[in-house]
Each structure stands twice: as structure tokens, then as C-alpha cells.
Design a protein around this ligand. Structure first.
Ligand code: PA5
Length: 431
């Protein structure tokens, strides 16, 4: 197991009883496995790590290699579940700075912000770039508008044929405007299966293709998903840590009135995992006027801003801390003869050691002094295998958590409201 959940920093009176809830949890697990709950038609992700299309997987590896050899920049064009998982995995595995020799991955179609869009377009216009457009529906405004611009740019730059080679599309097997466009233009396409929604799709070509282009080993990624699937397949609350986490967060919300969950890690490169996680839980659970609101932080940075509120502000939140036990790199504090800054007591110590002490000190401060429940998730290290494992852990936990709350985890009816108003204001036919 590469991931461990602990409740050592959740006080006894905040802790849920596994014994009292074991039947409830195992009956929801049965509902998930037998596909009998609300939204069951979107449970394809549960077994996707073993059922995935092996031929398509190999095609992805080949095409990504071709892209890496031919282009310097990949623009991923998608929004919500159609880009957050890929970005989270790429940022986590490749870090925050561009890496020499690795294809740079940029994102468009995730906003209507003209300034950001202009900056990206200006940056890529003189570079050798290619595009991966991702949309399950094929009709999302942000993605479609951005792709129209990118397509025109590529056709001007490389000609019609060249543009065709520089574009791949990930979309539905047969439906939607993007699918027909891709067929007409002859783009390489990969399938986002019908039974998997956007926020559960990082394990499909939606995540796999951009991740592979970023030079990350998607075979290891798939293995992480497979092992996690195995690990979190038990209906037994005493054995299944994904279910323990789900049950505990449900208890904090429903029984103890904690309405906000803050996810935090001590790694800058996990910032986008926070964004992916927020979408996963808020879009899955925020229905019927209920659910925990998710928020996020990166420590120690945010201890110097949000830290005051967490420690002494209103008691509305609990924390879920992801701590990576073994960083990929380390940095040592040097000895200084004059010691004018008084830091020689740390000379020779690594930042990983200091970061860990900050983590331990903060856990005590927040949970003991601040009375904030802290759930800890320890991850061995950050790599393709472990990040995939973490993704699967959260997805399984999310399905359980939403069913415990009594909502359908797999729809998002609320998201349509703004779209309808926007289409009406834009004068789209039928609105
Ligand atoms: O998780 C989801 O379902 C959403 O975030 C969608 O992924 C997002 O709205 C983009 O939709 P589409 O892939 O159809 O363009």
C-alpha cells in the first residue's frame, strides 16, 4: 500500500464509529458493485483500470512519443473534468518549473478570460505546438471557442494537412459536435467512454494522452490505478481506508456540523491536485442544498495567510492533510561562519526535515490547540504510480461519501443553470 490514512489527530468525540456504520457502508459498497444506486450508469471508472482499451492505450503511447519528438508545446484544450486531472498529474510529477527536454504543456479552453487566452496564444504563435482537444459533450463553449481559434492558428501555420497531424481529439465514441468535426477533419481520436463522467475520467485518454505527452510513464500510472482498485475493493469499513475517510467526513458534516473541508499539502507541486479534488467532491456532492464545501491550501505558505483563521477563527472547518514522506529532491541549509541570521542551528539540515517538523508542529497546533479535526493521508512519494493511486482513492471515497449523504454522485444539474442564462444572453438559438 502506498497511501495511509490516519485519524490520530481527530479527537475521540469527533471520531465516527466504524462498528455502528459497518452495515451501512457495506450496503452502499454492494450498491456500487451491483450498479443499483442513483447514477449507476456512470460507474464505468470503477473497473476501467482493468477493462480499458489496450489497443487504444498503445496508440496513445505511440502518438504521444511522436508529439514529443515533433513539437515543443502541447496545448490541452478542455475544462473541468476534461483537463483538471491531467494537469494535476503533470504538475505533481513534473513539478512547477518547465523541464529541459520535456514537452511543455499549456492549457486553454478552461476559461473565457480574454487576457489569459491572449497570453497563451501570443506565447505559442512562434513556437512549434500541437493540440489535444478534450470534450465529452463536444459542445462546451469555453473549449469549442478556444479550439476554433487554435485550429485556425494551426492551419495557418502548418497548412490543412500539417494541422491534422498536430491535433488529437478525446471525445464521445459517436456523439457530439467534436466527434463529427474530428471525423470530417480526420483527426486521431480517443474515446471517453459513455459510462465515465468528466471528473472521474483522468484514468481514460482524457488524462492519459496529455500525461504521456508530458513524458510521464502511463504504464506505471495504470498500475497505480489497478493496485488502488484492488486495495479499495473491500466492503469492510475496517479494511477499506477510502471508505473510512468517506465515513469520517460524513460524520463531521452530518453529526458535528463541520461545513468546510480544507485539503492541504506541504508540496507546491500538489496544488493542482487540490483543484482536481475540489471539483471531484463539490460537483459530486453539492446537491439538494447540502454537502461540505471544499477549500484548499498549500503549507507552509498559507500558514502565513489562512493559518490565523484555521487556528482561531470560527469552527466551521476540518482539515485533510496530504503529506509526502519522501520528497524527490532535497536542499541543505549551509553553515555560515558569522551566523548573523542565527540559523546555524539548522546548518546541515535538509528542507525536507524542516518541512516535516513544520507539519508535525502544525498538526498539534491545529488539532490540539485549535480543536480542528485533522485527517492525515501519507503518501510514500510523488510519482506516476502514487498519484494514480491517490486519484483512485479519492474517487472511491467520493462515491461512498455522496451515497452516504444521499445524493447522486454522478450528475451535475446545477452547472446547467449559468449556461442557459449565458446562451440566452449570447443569442444562441433555442435559448
Ligand atoms: O466533470 C464534469 O462532468 C465537468 O466538469 C465536465 O468535464 C466539464 O463541464 C467539461 O465538459 P465536456 O467534457 O463535455 O466539455
Amino acid at each position: 500500500m502506498s497511501l495511509k490514512v490516519s485519524f490520530d489527530y481527530v479527537k475521540k468525540d469527533h471520531m465516527v464509529s466504524f462498528e455502528e456504520n459497518k452495515e451501512r457502508v457495506s450496503s452502499i459498497d454492494k450498491m456500487i458493485n451491483e450498479r443499483t444506486g442513483e447514477g449507476h450508469e456512470f460507474l464505468g471508472w470503477v473497473d476501467y483500470p482493468v477493462n480499458y482499451d489496450k489497443e487504444e492505450f498503445e496508440r496513445i503511447i505511440k502518438k504521444a512519443e511522436e508529439f514529443r519528438n515533433k513539437y515543443d508545446v502541447l496545448v490541452v484544450c478542455g475544462i473541468g473534468g476534461s483537463y483538471l486531472g491531467a494537469r494535476a498529474a503533470i504538475d505533481a510529477c513534473n513539478g512547477v518549473m518547465p523541464k529541459r527536454g520535456r514537452m511543455q504543456v499549456l492549457y486553454l479552453g478552461n476559461t473565457l478570460d480574454p487576457n489569459y487566452s491572449h497570453e497563451i496564444l501570443e506565447y505559442i504563435k512562434d513556437r512549434n505546438f500541437c493540440v489535444c482537444v478534450i470534450s465529452k459533450s463536444g459542445t462546451t463553449t469555453e473549449t469549442s471557442v478556444s479550439f476554433r481559434i487554435l485550429k485556425e492558428m494551426l492551419e495557418d501555420k502548418y497548412g490543412k494537412e500539417g494541422a491534422r497531424d498536430a491535433i488529437v481529439a478525446v471525445t464521445d465514441k459517436e456523439k457530439g459536435a467534436l466527434k463529427s468535426l474530428a471525423n470530417t477533419e480526420g483527426y486521431e481520436t480517443y474515446v471517453l467512454p459513455d459510462d465515465i463522467g468528466g471528473r472521474f475520467s483522468v484514468m481514460t485518454p482524457v488524462g492519459l494522452f496529455p500525461i504521456a505527452c508530458a513524458g510521464i510513464d502511463i504504464r506505471a500510472f495504470m498500475k497505480g490505478l489497478q493496485d488502488a482498485r484492488e486495495e479499495y475493493s473491500s466492503p469492510d469499513i475496517y479494511k477499506n481506508q477510502a471508505y473510512q475517510y468517506a465515513l469520517q467526513r460524513n460524520n463531521l458534516y452530518e453529526k458535528l456540523n463541520y461545513h468546510v473541508e480544507m485539503i492541504a499539502s506541504y508540496e507546491m507541486r500538489l496544488k493542482t491536485i487540490n483543484e482536481w479534488w475540489k471539483q471531484l467532491f463539490d460537483e459530486s456532492e453539492g446537491k439538494l442544498n447540502k454537502a461540505v464545501l471544499t477549500t484548499s491550501a498549500t503549507f507552509t505558505t498559507d500558514l502565513h495567510s489562512l493559518g490565523q483563521f484555521i487556528q482561531e477563527g470560527s469552527k466551521i472547518l476540518y482539515e485533510t492533510i496530504i503529506y509526502v514522506d519522501n520528497p524527490s529532491y532535497d536542499v541543505t541549509v549551509p553553515f555560515d561562519r558569522d551566523d548573523l541570521d542565527g540559523l546555524n542551528y539548522l546548518a546541515g539540515k535538509n528542507l525536507s526535515y524542516i518541512n516535516r517538523k513544520a507539519y508535525e508542529g502544525t498538526l498539534k497546533a491545529h488539532s490540539e490547540t485549535g480543536n480542528i479535526p485533522n485527517i492525515c493521508i501519507n503518501l510514500d512519494k510523488i510519482d506516476a504510480y502514487n498519484i494514480a493511486y491517490l486519484f483512485y482513492f479519492f474517487m472511491k471515497a467520493c462515491a461512498m461519501s455522496a451515497y452516504l449523504l444521499g445524493v447522486n454522485p454522478f450528475n451535475q444539474p446545477g452547472v446547467e443553470v449559468y449556461k442557459k442564462n449565458m446562451f440566452h444572453l449570447l443569442g444562441k438559438k433555442g435559448y
